[in-house]
Design a protein around this ligand. Structure first.
Ligand SMILES: Nc1ncnc2c1ncn2[C@@H]1O[C@H](COP(=O)(O)OP(=O)(O)OP(=O)(O)O)[C@@H](O)[C@H]1O
Ligand SMILES: [Mg+2]
Ligand SMILES: [Zn+2]
Length: 315
């Protein structure tokens, strides 16, 4: 226990009840057996159990004392006296690492399908659409393993209205698939696809076109956000067409958001390559035709005006 008492930072943290509770909960069962955690916890660990290294170091003092008196009894059994365990935070940070490297927008890195709002839509038909889309997303994450065996296992989230929650819902689904099904995810803005490939054509590029395409093809779940807004049509159509072709053959999951229906994709990508692939690979999901972004902005305006012009009771 001395190590704890000497540590001023830890003592300060222990003033916080949430921290103290978590720490005590993790200590009591072991300490009754004479086992003491040697790792000094700090806030770098999401669970406040380790020092952020992900390793918990324990000593069983009862056995250690016993072993000093009876060395032969414990010969070769050091692990009973002193050992390390993996902290819970290791899996948690694995999840966080996957989310950050997936390209999911930071804003949505913690979004969950269960947290998708319904009341933020004003019109009742929007709420109905949101409710259906939300339930679909929850089922999709829960029954993902079963859905994988279907050829048409992707999603196409669309609404003509911007700001209706397409990107948010797609990100929430992705977070669920990473967390519950350990899937690798790549979130691509449709407009970034061709620049990323073109970059590899430069002389000093470290990766080849093939490297980039391989990543787009082989990832478990590919999300293409805002398909059909780019102006550079021909190159993009061929490129996305090739990626989809490969993923379709593999039965890999692709989730797309767009402001166009699948049929309207033909107008944007006139060769028709993309529309026909998407039709085979993705289920069309109608998102509400109402912008939550506008409502959010208005709400923020009101709050800001309140701050600026509202009466301050304290002053
Ligand atoms: N159901 C929801 N619950 C809570 N917030 C939401 C919901 N839907 C959208 N939002 C918020 O509204 C804003 C716009 O959402 P989002 O970016 O997902 O829209 P979008 O349909 O992808 O828009 P665009 O067509 O411009 O790409 C975001 O700030 C998002 O957090
Ligand atoms: Mg979007
Ligand atoms: Zn930890």
């Amino acid at each position: 226990m001395e190590a704890f008492q000497d540590n001023k930072a830890l003592q300060e943290l222990m003033q916080r009840s949430d921290f103290a509770n978590r720490l005590n909960a993790s200590k009591t069962s072991y300490s009754q057996m004479g086992i003491q955690l040697q790792t000094v916890p700090n806030e770098k660990c999401a669970f406040a159990e380790c020092d952020g290294s992900g390793v918990l170091h324990y000593i069983n003092w009862t056995k250690k004392a016993d072993a000093i008196e009876n060395p032969t009894k414990y010969y070769m059994k050091d692990h009973e006296i002193e050992w390390t365990e993996k902290c819970k935070c290791v899996d948690q940070s694995e999840f966080e690492r996957k989310v950050t490297s997936s390209g999911i927008p930071v804003k949505y890195s913690k979004a969950k399908v269960h947290g998708f709002g319904i009341d933020c839509y004003k019109k009742s038909e929007s709420q109905t659409a949101a409710r259906i889309a939300k339930q679909m997303a929850i089922n999709y994450v829960e029954k993902y393993e079963e859905l994988l065996s279907f050829k048409k296992n992707g999603l196409y989230l669309y609404s003509t209205t911007k700001g209706s929650g397409k990107t948010r819902l797609a990100s929430s689904i992705a977070n669920g698939l990473i967390k519950l099904h350990k899937q690798s995810v790549l979130f691509l803005k449709a407009t970034d696809i061709s620049p990323q490939v073109r970059k590899t054509y430069k002389k000093d590029s470290e990766s080849t076109e093939e490297d980039v395409l391989r990543a787009f093809r082989n990832v478990d779940v590919l999300i293409i956000d805002d398909l059909a807004v780019s102006t550079e049509k021909d190159f993009t159509e061929d490129l996305i067409g090739r990626i989809l072709d490969y993923r379709m053959d593999k039965g890999a999951v692709t989730i797309i958001t767009s402001n166009k229906t699948i049929d309207e994709l033909k107008e944007h990508f006139p060769k028709g390559i993309i529309a026909s692939r998407v039709k085979k690979m993705c289920y069309e999901v109608l998102m509400p035709e109402e912008s939550v972004r506008d409502e959010e902005a208005e709400q923020e305006n009101r709050e800001f005006e309140n701050l600026l012009f509202g009466k301050n009771e304290g002053a």
